[in-house]
Design a protein around this ligand. Structure first.
Ligand code: AHR
Length: 481
């Protein structure tokens, strides 16, 4: 048996809602036939975007969506996505899937999507493909007050007199790799060059520097060292960590179940070590972590398009557990994290949705976001668990309080044994019974398909929290009182 101590007096800080953020890149089937079906489509849509996805994003209170990439951002010309007669271009990802970019979805359309989904926009600016003036003009177009500049008037002519609300801007993407293969010293100078120009246009937006590729701490060190003299330009450190794969996405072994979760748990060390370097330079109020790509990266071909959509993968209970574990780590380290964006929303890596033509389903990962949504904006409290040292039979837990309501989210990482837990509240009286939601499948390989969209869905139960609670192997439980 494990005791879970809820240390109510020990608050870790507020969980920024943006930690529950999303990511949509112009890649594979994310935009076209993913979120976008077109205004004339027979598929129910709002302003050309799948109605089902919009409604379900609202249901999970999606706080923010990153766009247009990813790697794609580094070759994106915002002018291509404005006005009529849009050009077709070679996509960043064309070398892998042969697809071209039709630019049907541009700035106005993406902003419609965010508005309908109730989410803020996070734009990734192109650092390598265009000069700073180009990005300055994009910001002018998007953010200048009605009628104030030639570009604001052009925006009005294109149907949006008022400025768009785009509070978050990335300054490049993966500039250690696809974004220019730079050294941290070189990128730091490029970051300063572009962000000076960007911050001059808008003083009330957050600018995020390209952070490390996972545990490449040399990047973190180099970037911090070289940006100390202009620290006010930076409002976040946008790092990426993909926990990869272990075996087949769907038919994995018990060992591979545990291996992938162990890879995912490595996120905690990456957060801590990056944060230590950032604090070592006194940059903690400038370089809060923005983990703007995270998730599993399985081999292609397991999704419904059978490989046609680049990076599309099927998601089982194992991916749901990676989600539960990762979000619990984020909650626990909310004092260090400004934002996180799971990669990517639909028809891609670690997706919440799989869609094709008239079909659109949610993955088990979607349900975890739903079960965790009340953590957004809540105070994270310290949680300690006894008898939890053996990783393969451990539980992952986080807890938060908002308006006197507690949410505890627990995942049983064992794929062979149920876990018995007891809740011990410190510094607060808790009720005898509570509402709970359980996400569980008899078989950990279960997943949702177009034919069986509800193979894995959560069930609502009531639990007596004054007694030991059994969490089934591979099960995820959210308790609310
Ligand atoms: O999410 C897919 C790709 O992974 C993104 O474009 C890139 O930023 C990362 O390497």
């Amino acid at each position: 048996m494990k005791k879970i101590y809820l240390m109510y007096p020990q608050k870790k800080g507020t969980i920024a809602p943006e930690i529950y953020g999303h990511f949509t890149e112009h890649i594979g089937g994310v935009i076209y036939d993913g979120i976008w079906v077109g205004k004339d489509s027979k598929i129910p849509n709002i302003k050309g975007f799948r109605k089902e996805i919009i409604e379900k994003l609202r249901a999970i209170k999606a706080p923010v969506i990153r766009w247009p990439g990813g790697c794609f951002a580094e070759i994106y010309d915002w002018r291509d996505g404005i006005g009529k007669d849009r050009p077709s271009r070679i996509s960043w990802w064309g070398y892998k899937d042969g697809k071209t970019e039709p630019n049907e979805v541009g700035t106005h359309e993406f902003m419609d999507f965010c508005e309908e989904a109730g989410a803020d926009a996070y734009f990734a600016a192109n650092l390598t493909g265009v000069p700073p003036l180009h990005i300055r003009n994009w910001m002018d177009y998007c953010l200048s007050p009605k009628g104030s500049t030639t570009l604001a008037k052009e925006r009005e002519k294109n149907g949006h007199p008022e400025p768009f609300k785009i509070p978050y801007w990335g300054v490049g993407n993966e500039n250690w790799g696809g974004g220019g293969c730079m050294t941290p010293d070189f990128y730091a100078n490029e970051f300063k060059r572009l962000s000076v120009v960007m911050s001059n246009v808008a003083q009330d937006v957050e600018l995020y520097a390209c952070g490390s590729n996972a545990s490449d701490y040399g990047w973190t060190d180099g970037l911090m060292r070289n940006t100390l003299n202009s620290r006010d330009l930076m409002h976040g450190f946008a790092m990426h960590y993909y926990c990869g794969c272990a075996g087949d996405p769907v038919s994995f072994t018990n060992e591979e179940w545990s291996q992938l979760l162990l890879n995912a748990a490595h996120m905690e060390e990456i957060i801590n070590r990056n944060w230590n370097i950032i604090c070592g330079y006194g940059m903690e109020s400038h370089a809060k972590l923005v983990i703007d790509e995270w998730g599993c990266w399985h081999p292609d071909g397991s999704g419904p398009s059978r490989g046609e959509n680049l990076f599309e993968q099927q998601s089982t209970m194992r991916d749901a557990m990676v989600t539960a574990l990762t979000l619990n780590i984020f909650n626990k380290h909310c004092d260090k994290i400004r934002m996180a964006n799971v990669a990517q929303l639909v028809n891609n890596l670690h997706a919440l949705f799989l869609a094709r033509g008239e079909h659109c389903i949610t993955t088990p990962t979607y349900h975890v976001f739903d079960m965790y949504k009340e953590h957004q904006g809540a105070e994270s409290i310290v949680v300690t668990v006894t008898n939890n040292e053996d990783f393969e039979s451990s539980v992952t837990v986080s807890a938060s309080v908002k308006d006197n309501k507690t949410l505890i989210t627990i995942g049983n990482l064992s794929c062979t044994k149920d876990s018995e837990i007891v809740l011990e509240a410190v510094g607060m009286d808790i009720p005898k019974t509570a509402e709970a939601t359980l996400l569980y499948a008899d078989d950990m390989h279960e997943h949702n398909t177009f034919e069986s969209p509800e193979n894995v869905i959560p069930v609502k139960i009531e639990v007596d929290i004054s007694k030991p609670i059994i969490i089934p192997k591979t099960g995820i439980l959210a308790i609310r009182f």
